[in-house]
Design a protein. Structure first.
Length: 106
């Protein structure tokens, strides 16, 4: 958790509330860490943290959009920002698709 907060602060993101949501609560079987954060202005942010060795492909874009929709229905409100934190290589087409879907990639 400390590493996540330090990484976000280095990018200029400060949050007053950071809640981890277990993937089981959303009926998701992926190895992913999901956070719901509230920044200093009161805007909500969805943070997805993925650690994998293989490259993220176009099929993963649809998978993350589906998980995001489950998160919206679970939490009961829309998120102003969506941030994806990955440490794996990213396919150029997937990067473009994430950009079009208004995801920020760290």
């Amino acid at each position: 958790m400390k590493a996540l907060i330090d990484q976000l602060q280095s990018k200029g993101k400060l949050y007053k509330q950071l809640i981890e949501i277990q993937p089981k609560e959303l009926n998701v079987r992926n190895k992913i860490r999901i956070f719901s954060a509230t920044d200093m202005n009161g805007y909500h942010t969805a943070l997805f943290m993925v650690s994998q060795k293989s490259r993220l492909l176009m099929k993963d874009v649809a998978k993350f959009e589906e998980i995001y929709q489950k998160l919206v229905t679970y939490s009961g409100h829309n998120y102003k920002y969506r941030i994806l934190i990955i440490d794996a290589p990213l396919c150029s087409k997937a990067k473009k698709a994430f950009g079009e879907a208004k995801w920020k990639i760290i």
